[in-house]
Design a protein around this ligand. Structure first.
Ligand code: BTN
Length: 256
């Protein structure tokens, strides 16, 4: 789909939301574009790109974003109540992706703490939330979502761990529209989505590894609490409650 086609279809679906829509054929990164717009004084924007040349993932990783195979979207909004207004947003966004994918394709997704969405045992979506200062002193919140819609979004060397929804690229339009509708409804005081987040967790009951102050640790992921902390029962006794970071699974085949 071209940027023009995507723009027309999306603006028709989203209507007047007081949300300026920008669709680019090619961008370095939709999150970076939102950051530039925030710096220039824009408070709200929805930015999409048909392809990204420097798509960014968490922990400085790259997000492979070839044309016509994925959805690359970032939503910029003000954060009037300060940082606490974004608490839980990452988890909420992951639940939204899983719900919308189910609604549009019937596919069941799982969530790997914190914000990777899996389908058929492979990662199909990543989420990158960033909070940045705006020029007037307020904060801007950027939610970036990348969904691999068809297999050509996945580089061959990553196909064991990264997958796609295996859907036609045109899914990008309803997927983006429904996701934006859902994201705009985020209420930091309503944690009811955490029940679904937990139910979709692919980690619960599995052995996970991670680093604490550079030291490797292992244990069984037991739960995710309402604050989004991953509770890990350690082999040596006791528990870790991880607030952020990343855990690895030895083997993830057969998971949804
Ligand atoms: C991750 O998997 O670590 C997060 C990936 C987030 C990718 C999306 S694609 C749209 C937006 N623009 C970016 O540069 N990153 C996010």
């Amino acid at each position: 789909m071209t940027a023009d086609g995507l723009y027309r279809a999306l603006s028709a679906r989203l209507g007047d939301r007081q949300l300026p829509l920008y669709v680019f054929e090619s961008l370095d990164s939709t999150n970076t574009e939102c950051a530039r717009r925030l710096k220039q004084g824009e408070r709200r924007a929805l930015v999409l790109a048909v392809t990204q040349t420097a798509g960014r993932g968490r922990q400085g990783r790259r997000f492979f974003s070839p044309p016509g195979a994925g959805l690359y979207l970032s939503l910029l909004q003000p954060l009037p109540g300060g940082m606490s207004g974004a608490a839980g947003l990452t988890e909420y966004a992951a639940v939204c992706v899983a719900r919308v994918v189910k609604q549009l394709t019937g596919l069941e997704c799982g969530i790997k703490w914190v914000n990777d969405v899996f389908c058929g045992g492979r990662k199909v979506c990543g989420i990158l939330c960033e909070i940045l200062p705006g020029p007037g002193g307020g904060l801007g919140l950027i939610v970036g979502i990348g969904v691999n819609i068809s297999d050509s979004a996945v580089p061959p060397e990553l196909r064991q761990i990264v997958g796609s929804l295996e859907q036609p690229p045109e899914l990008a339009v309803p997927l983006a529209a429904e996701l934006v509708e859902a994201l705009l409804k985020f209420d930091p005081d309503d944690r009811s989505f955490m029940q679904e987040y937990r139910a979709r967790s692919i980690l619960t009951g599995r052995r996970v590894g991670y680093l604490v102050n550079g030291q490797p640790r292992e244990g069984i992921a037991e739960d995710i609490d309402d604050e989004g902390r991953l509770i890990v029962r350690l082999d040596c006794g006791g528990c870790d409650a991880l607030l952020s970071g990343e855990v690895s699974l030895q083997k993830i085949e057969g998971l949804r």
